[in-house]
Structure formats: C-alpha cells, structure tokens
Design a protein around this ligand. Sequence first.
Ligand code: ZN
Length: 198
Amino acid sequence: MEYDLTKEGGNDPVPLMEQKGRNTIQEETGNIRLVYYGNETLKRVAREITAIDDALVELVDSMYRIMYRSGGIGLAAPQVDISKRVIVIDIQGKKGPSFPLINPVILESSEATEPYEEGCLSVPGIMRDVIRPVEILAKGVDMDGNEVEFEAGGLLARVLQHEIDHLNGVLFIDRLEDHVRKELRPELKKIRKLNREP
Ligand SMILES: [Zn+2]
C-alpha cells in the first residue's frame, strides 16, 4: 500500500475562515454518540468546516474515542450525528497512518476497481463486498490548517472513500446491488431501532 501525506503550503496562514460566535459542537460533544442506519444526519450532505476551533478539536477527540471503543478504523462526523465535513482514520494496525482530515475531497480515482469487504459502525453486523476504485488522489485540510494532497491505494484508499461517502449522505450499503440490499432488509430494520435506545 502506498500513502504519502505530503504537506503543501508549509506554515501558510490557516486558510479557513474564522467563524463568528460560539460553535454548537462543543455542547454536542458532551453526549456524543454513534448513530445508526435510518438516522437523518447520515442521509444528509454534511456542511463544510470553516474554522479549526476548540469545538472541532473536541469533536475530533470524541470521534477517535468512539472509533477506538467500537473497534473501527474510520469514522465520519455524521456518524456521531454532526453534519460536518470531518473524518478520522486509523489503520496503524495494518501498518497504515492515523490522521483526521477536514473537508476531504477525492480529486481523481483510478479506472481500475476492485471488490473489498466493508463494514460500518453505523450499520453494525453487516459486511459486504463493495466495488470501488483501487487508487485515489485526495486532498483535505489537517488540524493545523494546512492543505494536504496525497495519493492513496489499498486499505487507505478504501477507508477514505467510505468515510467521504458518509459526508455526502451515502452508506456502503447504498453501493450494493439492489438484490443484495433487498436481502439485507430484515437486518436493516433491526439496526434502525438502535437509534431509539438511550
Ligand atoms: Zn461507515
């Protein structure tokens, strides 16, 4: 697997606009929790992040905590019911990197695709092969406000595509063939109910 987190712009000023007023994320991190298939935030296109402030730092910390507690290797903010474009990834267990990424975008995708078995903390218990491009060129902003652009292959490309899908309101099960998704209906019905538990 290849990955190269090449920083661009070095110590350039933070390119994001400072937001006026208090962000509401901080209040939300107090009782931050995973949401599941059926939750409305998971279906929404998440909003761009405009400031790297304390609230965002806390959100990212909470996302890491929840991801580790749940044994995941990636998590997107909509999965904790926050409609913001930030993801966290940790594939150090597979000799990959760990990093958060703000406003991530896929710039290019390889024509070559491959199936790979995916799961999702918001769709627990379901694992299915999803076909995606093998390699991508991605960009985003790191927690210091630097724009980063990098090529990714292997598991990193896979996780990035899965998490960026979340920011666009897409779940991996949306990418399955109709007949496969139909088979999953009874399981999905049960998962939907997890949202109602305290
Ligand atoms: Zn997911």
